[in-house]
Design a binder for this molecule. Structure first.
Ligand code: GLY
Length: 374
């Protein structure tokens, strides 16, 4: 089939790659390449650490998505053979270090232990650690932490590196990538159109406008830091060996180490009136992070990025054909899990195009917030 993918965030890019791999003719149309939420995201592949009470239907998708990313990482060397320099999974941003989730005080740790019960029920392995054990694994953690859990299977990918890699592979495979805005899906060619335009979807005319997608922006401020080599002890390569998430008096914060001494600090989750970066949000992130990792005061702040996540009322994505017009497949609303769910979204969207008999879970139907459907 000829498939046009509208949007080139990580969802659109991976969907285009999967479709192209399956032999479809693919074109991508987008105002930019990975400039929205993908540009901000830390890229934690965290099906366990991001489990929240009351989000049962999401857990299964998150776990499937983590397996999809493992499969994608394993395919990177073969996929990148079309490039001048074939790449390893690490070159494309994948890292398999475990994730530590630290509690700042005893109430925070009690919350982590309660959550561990849910995480285990959802099939994840979670080890409970004392503060001393956590500091043995990550010696840069502050002396004031109260305890932690370790989640071996929660990994990370650098979304910018992955998007860059996939964009390059698409180009080398001859996938058309047109940089322009789309006003109306009906004006596009294609046997199928995948609408992966994030929060931009409702602003584009087309049959999906009959649906209430109920999307809303959930803004996130993310800081990028650089660790000066001089502050590392002899033999150390970084301040952290893996992702450290923390709960600091009930507030979540995360620190994701990158190759080349980068450190990503995130993220606020705001629905206030500020269009740009929140000074209070940045202050809170730095203060909370400094309680967990005191040496953060000695790092260089190299970038502050604010982007909107495409949120939905039930925190589940919107994936599926528009009822009555299956030419258009909606794929947006990935909220706080866009990077994790991207490989899953790509596979399931390609399954839809291929008419695969395995139905999508009803919980992600894009028409579920539309009144007539209720
Ligand atoms: N998944 C991390 C975030 O949304 O901040």
């Amino acid at each position: 089939m000829h498939v046009v993918v509208v949007g080139a965030g990580i969802i659109g890019l991976l969907t285009a790659l999967e479709l192209s791999e399956r032999g479809h003719r693919v074109d991508v149309v987008s105002t930019g390449i990975a400039e929205g939420a993908t540009h901000a995201a830390a890229g934690m592949l965290a099906p366990a650490a991001e489990v929240q009470v009351g989000q049962g239907p999401l857990w299964q998708l998150m776990r499937e998505a983590a397996a999809d990313h493992r499969a994608l990482a394993a395919r990177i060397p073969a996929l990148s053979r079309v490039l001048d320099h074939p790449l390893s999974a690490r070159d494309a941003g994948y890292r398999e270090d475990a994730t530590l989730v630290v509690g700042r005080d005893h109430a925070d740790v009690a919350g982590l232990r309660d959550l561990a019960v849910l995480q285990r029920a959802a099939g994840s392995e979670v080890d409970e650690l004392t503060a001393r054990e956590a500091r043995r694994l990550e010696p840069a953690l502050g002396p004031g932490i109260a305890g932690a859990v370790r989640i071996a299977a929660d990994h990370q990918v650098d979304p910018r590196l992955l998007a860059h890699t996939v964009h390059a592979v698409l180009g080398a495979r001859g996938v058309g990538i047109e940089l322009r805005s789309v006003e109306d899906l009906d004006a596009l060619p294609g046997d199928r159109i995948v609408l992966a335009a994030g929060l931009g979807a409702p602003g584009i005319a087309g049959p999906h406008r009959a649906l209430d997608l109920a999307l809303r922006p959930v803004r996130g401020d993310v800081l990028r830091l650089r660790v000066p080599r001089e502050i590392l002890a002899p033999g150390e390569e970084h301040l952290l060996t893996g992702t450290v998430r923390a709960v600091v008096r009930g507030r979540p914060v995360y620190l994701v180490p990158r190759d080349g001494l980068g450190l990503v600090l995130g993220a606020t989750s705001r629905e206030d009136a500020l269009a740009g970066t929140s000074a209070g949000g940045v202050l809170q992130l730095l203060q909370d992070a400094a309680e967990i990792l005191p040496a953060i005061r000695e790092t260089e702040l190299v970038e502050t990025t604010t982007r909107d996540r495409p949120g939905t009322p039930d925190d589940l994505p919107l994936l599926g054909p528009v009822p009555g017009d299956p030419r258009v497949i909606v794929s947006t609303g990935y909220h706080r899990h866009g990077i994790l769910l991207s490989a899953w979204a790509a596979r399931r969207t390609a399954d839809l195009v291929d008419g695969h008999p395995d139905p999508l879970p009803g919980a992600v139907r894009p028409e579920r917030f539309t009144k007539e459907d209720a």
